[in-house]
Ligand binder design. Structure first.
Ligand SMILES: NC(=O)c1ccc[n+]([C@@H]2O[C@H](COP(=O)([O-])OP(=O)(O)OC[C@H]3O[C@@H](n4cnc5c(N)ncnc54)[C@H](OP(=O)(O)O)[C@@H]3O)[C@@H](O)[C@H]2O)c1
Length: 213
């Protein structure tokens, strides 16, 4: 797939690098320095380049939105027309000091984003794990047992393609249903963050759902 990265920080930088290593065409955009975007592209290999948000979005099949909630309007404005492009969001609707969700229970960041982008299928994915675990999960992708990764959205075709990306990165995709399930997935991430950053063992944490029959 051709994937535009909108926000090339901890999440966008790592996810973009791994998408490129998995064989996708990736354009990194939206950081405070062009040198950083170029360095990320160089390190991600031949499938990656650096560009503006508009360049990242232009020929993309999908864009990954990976910015702080306060930057969403700005990056979308810079990206321009996203009609019919899959919008994958890992962004959480956090307040300025990242201590609380500013949207919840009756809506979610993903649903608010979908309201801003009525012509784009929005899929919520990748936002339920810490960035620190992404490379390790990718390296372990040939193991029989994979960690889970929940995703949700309202467009079946877009969800199929995002499930493929989730698999490419070494996770087992778990379809959580419609986009409104992001109301549950987003606060779940705060639990994951508590375990990752506030308990012993470190932030290289993923999760796995198992069914016992
Ligand atoms: N980090 C995690 O483990 C994690 C896990 C789950 C979900 N999330 C969510 O994912 C989203 C991204 O998180 P993150 O940790 O990747 O954030 P981050 O590291 O701060 O990355 C945000 C990106 O936006 C860029 N940016 C910020 N202000 C800008 C401006 N004025 N102009 C241009 N670029 C600007 C940053 O530039 P610079 O590169 O120059 O800083 C950076 O590339 C957030 O919504 C977060 O809640 C994060």
């Amino acid at each position: 797939m051709k994937i535009g990265i909108l926000g090339s920080g901890l999440m966008g930088g790592k996810l973009g690098t791994l998408f490129a290593r998995a064989g996708h065409d990736v354009t990194f955009s939206y950081a405070r320095s062009d040198a950083k975007l170029k360095r990320l592209a160089r390190q991600a290999g031949a499938k990656a380049r650096a560009g503006t948000p508009a360049e990242a979005a232009k020929n993309a099949d999908a864009v990954l939105l990976a910015v702080h909630w306060s930057r969403v309007a700005d990056v979308l404005k810079q990206a321009g027309d996203l009609t019919a492009k899959i919008v994958i969001t890992c962004s959480l609707p956090m307040n300025d000091d990242d201590s609380e969700l500013v949207v919840g229970r009756t809506s979610s960041g993903a649903e608010e984003l979908a309201k801003l982008l009525p012509k784009s299928p929005v899929v919520s994915a990748f936002g339920t794990v810490p960035s620190e675990v992404l490379f390790s999960v990718f390296e372990a992708r040939r193991r029989k047992t994979r960690p889970s990764l929940v995703y949700c959205g309202d467009d079946a075709g877009a969800k199929r393609r995002v499930a493929g990306l989730i698999r490419d990165l070494g996770f087992e995709p778990v379809d959580a249903g419609p986009l409104r399930m992001a109301r549950n997935a987003e606060p779940f991430t705060l639990l994951i963050a508590q375990l990752a950053y506030e308990t012993k063992g470190g932030p290289e944490l993923a999760y796995r759902f198992e069914r016992f029959r």
